[in-house]
Design a protein around this ligand. Sequence first.
Ligand code: ATP
Length: 540
Amino acid sequence: MILSEKKDFLLALLAGTISGLTAVALFAQSGFLISKAALLPPFYIILILTAFLKLFGVAKSASKYAERYISHRVTFSLLEKIRLRFFQSLQPYAHSLLSSYRGGDLLTRMTKDVDTLQQYFLRVAYPPLVALLVFFGTMLFTIWFSIWITLLLLVSVILCSIILPLLWQKPKEITSQQHYTESLTEYFYGLTDLTVAGKRPAAEQALQQLSLDFEQNIQNEEKQALKAQLVNQATALSTAFAVVILGAYFVTTGALDGLYLAMLLLIALTVFEVAIPLGTVPLHKAKAKDAFVRLTAFDAAAISTQALPQGQLQTVQANNVSYRYPNSDFQALQDISFTINAGEKIAIVGPSGAGKSTLFQLLIQNLQPSNGEILWNGDNTAQIQHEQLWGQMGIMLQHNHFFSGTIKENLLSEKEAGQMEQLLEQLQLPFSLEQEVLENARNLSGGEQQRLALARVLLRDAPIYLLDEPFAHLDSSLTTHCTELLLTLPQTVICITHKLDALALFDRIFVIYEHQLVEADHYDELIKKQGIFYHMQQLK
Ligand SMILES: Nc1ncnc2c1ncn2[C@@H]1O[C@H](COP(=O)(O)OP(=O)(O)OP(=O)(O)O)[C@@H](O)[C@H]1O
């Protein structure tokens, strides 16, 4: 919390306490007025007491309004900060998080968990403090009339706010919101495929069951909250009843003036209004704790502890790098070592599933090696935020996003129009810069999209280009043409490709086979060697 929120928190606490105390005073005054009126006092006494009644009424309403206003202001301010912080922690690792977490899970964290956490202030942190202050103030008053009645109130308060709430833990979830949202989003993503495969009714039935389970969860929680409030309410009423009995006894013994009995009864009834909601505090606390753990899960990843290596990123070295995906029982990459020098042009080839994309993800540090290390310019950059590291890389992923807008807007570059047009021409893209691009580039072919993405990368002044299957949708002659264009650049180029055309143009070809780097040499040498690459070429 920053200073303005701390101030608001204290103000809300003050307003809440005043509101609670004036409510007690209002009812205490009413009780006293009723008793006093029965004794037929002079009219001006009734008038003064009624005036105080009015005053407490107005003060109660005004402080209640102030409390609501300020407590909600601080809640919304906290909500904004929680959301911002969550997005900030998510953003640098968005790509790897999206491949590691299910979409629905992230959606739940962004919406439900943030909302749950904002309730922490209104339902967990704040009510006990207000209750404590209101009780303390009330007891300071009642102790003047009867120490025993004050002790009775104290015991009941401890019962309502500490002992009884321990009975109410969060009910066991049948299905979590996370699971439900994950399944729902997956259903929408895969609707067409499910329909085509005739599996839509079964999927809908499973989803309906989840929805019923989820509703049951909510009902269980509501029932639990209701029970907690009812038990506290019953305790409050029993206390009021006990106050009457104890007070009546003291009136008969002469220890208490009968004039105050109605007042003490109404105080007991009112003061518990702030204690009744305390029954649900553990329930909300458990929910807020779960939400907090889930929302802060990415925080550690967002902390950058290391500076970028000096100079432009150019050389990269892998030392005995292995990688095993979480929940996988084999290594997707085993003991890979290589050095790529400044300006070198490297092609990474290999059969499907060999580990090429995994190596790519390790190089751009979306994944961290399970063993070994990757050094950029001789430094281990594992702790550097992606944004900083990627600032020095031209990265083209297999799937590229295009926005609804113009070609120029989609190039995401500040370069001069002439330079952009020249590049489009070199990539044989017959587009004007103002030409419209529909969302997800629906109006461009796969090959056009790839060349547009390549243009976007080449317009960046990065010292190194990392490209994952940039030519997958291009025919043989366009592949050769684009490769030639790419390889005339002075930058270091690392390019995964399935296409075996134009490989002779690269300085070296890394052959990944069965999760290992089995060959790394120039095309001619690899052919001469007649190893795995040679046989791959034969099968082409
Ligand atoms: N998220 C993941 N979790 C578990 N295993 C994975 C995951 N992604 C890939 N793998 C496995 O790791 C191995 C290497 O996969 P990778 O995607 O790196 O292969 P690739 O050579 O790029 O294949 P392709 O050419 O078909 O894209 C494969 O056996 C694959 O099944």
